[in-house]
Design a protein around this ligand. Structure first.
Ligand SMILES: Cc1cc2nc3c(=O)[nH]c(=O)nc-3n(C[C@H](O)[C@H](O)[C@H](O)COP(=O)(O)OP(=O)(O)OC[C@H]3O[C@@H](n4cnc5c(N)ncnc54)[C@H](O)[C@@H]3O)c2cc1C
Length: 327
């Protein structure tokens, strides 16, 4: 659609039916009886593998050393292909070097959500990475992508010393400023009272911490500069992190507790040689699914459709028995 065109894009009218059928279909819609079709719809057909055949490293379970990424894994999209491409590339290189694969989990990155989804659940249609698929969205923000992922990039050798030094400096400034804002006392001086009045904020009768004022919805880090006498000169990126970290601290902490719970099950590793048919108490469907997917952890197992919380309890008991036998 546009100012200088009569054409309209028919969102949702995806089809690959023959051209005459498409025109008949369009003209059957009330209001479109006389519509002209400028370019007919078409479909691109391609083959893909079943992504449940992959490990979380994107290596095929049955073909050692073969890593796949992108559309061949049943996804669609530029970012989806790039996200898997970098992981498959990193892990192919690490395999040659005899290193453990890099697996990002669901709480660390959208890449982790994407790969876990396709490997654990498979997909019936081209998979797209929607933000709603991530359960830890308060942590997976674009403003903190560098804080989440630069240390990992550095560890695997993809971040230069120079860039990492700059990153560490930024992280240091953020931490120092958060500490300063939490420490700084604001006294109920005339200037402060006038400031609070100006922003329709409840007046203070005794001294409060600057962080407490920052948590008020009507105030923000930038405006608080008017009464924050010893504020250092910081870049926007640093100021933004300080502001978000303090303002939403309660919510972020709660989500981090959820992540800790999640990690407990992720850390319980399942050996790839386990034969689930031999575990008493697992339901038949769970046995079949677990044998097919071969999850790498109890956490991953819990996300397979058809594996119930009761099956997970059985798995936990089984692991505990194994651990005791060993020790
Ligand atoms: C018309 C169209 C519009 C699209 N629009 C968008 C969009 O707006 N936004 C979006 O996010 N996504 C869009 N997509 C989807 C997106 O382009 C793809 O999902 C993505 O590019 C897939 O990347 P890939 O690397 O997995 O595969 P490809 O980009 O298909 O790469 C596969 C490569 O392998 C090569 N190859 C194949 N066989 C062999 C062989 N035997 N030996 C050597 N090389 C071989 C191919 O030549 C190709 O270069 C669109 C796709 C189409 C077709």
């Amino acid at each position: 659609m546009g100012l200088n065109t009569q054409e309209m894009y028919l969102q949702g009218m995806s089809t690959s039916l023959p051209e005459d059928v498409q025109i008949e279909m369009m003209r059957s819609v009330p209001g479109l009886e006389n519509v002209s079709v400028m370019r007919s719809a078409y479909a691109i057909e391609y083959d893909c593998i079943n992504p449940t055949q992959l490990k979380l490293s994107l290596e095929l379970r049955e073909v050692e050393g073969l890593f796949t990424a992108g559309q061949i894994n049943g996804t669609s999209g530029y970012e989806e292909a790039a996200a898997q491409g970098i992981i498959a590339g990193i892990n192919a290189a690490r395999k040659i070097k005899g290193l453990e694969p890099l697996v990002l989990d669901r709480s660390q990155a959208y890449i982790g959500v994407l790969i876990d989804d396709i490997v654990t659940k498979g997909t019936n249609e081209p998979y797209r990475m929607m933000t709603s698929r991530a359960e830890y969205r308060l942590l997976l923000r674009q403003d903190n992508a560098d804080l989440r992922l630069t240390p990992i990039g550095y560890e695997v050798g993809l971040i230069s010393e120079e860039r990492y030094k700059k990153f560490e400096e930024k992280r240091r400034l953020i931490e120092e400023e958060i500490e300063r804002v939490k420490r700084t006392n604001i006294a109920p001086t005339e200037k402060v009272i006038n400031f609070l009045k100006k922003y329709n904020s409840t007046p203070i009768k005794s001294g409060v911490k600057l962080a407490d004022l920052l948590r008020r919805p009507e105030l923000d880090y930038e405006t608080l500069g008017e009464i924050d006498e010893n504020r250092p000169n910081l870049t926007f990126a640093v100021r933004e992190q300080v502001s978000i970290s303090i303002k939403y601290e309660g919510y972020i902490k709660r989500q981090m507790q959820q992540v800790e719970q999640f990690k407990k099950l992720e850390e319980k590793k399942l050996d790839k040689d386990i034969d689930y048919d031999e575990i008493n108490g697992l339901r038949l469907e769970a046995r079949q699914k677990l044998n097919k997917i071969k999850p790498e952890s109890v956490g991953q197992a819990s996300r397979i459709s058809g594996v119930s919380p009761a099956d997970i309890s059985v798995l936990l008991v089984y692991l505990e028995q194994k651990r005791r036998q060993k020790s």
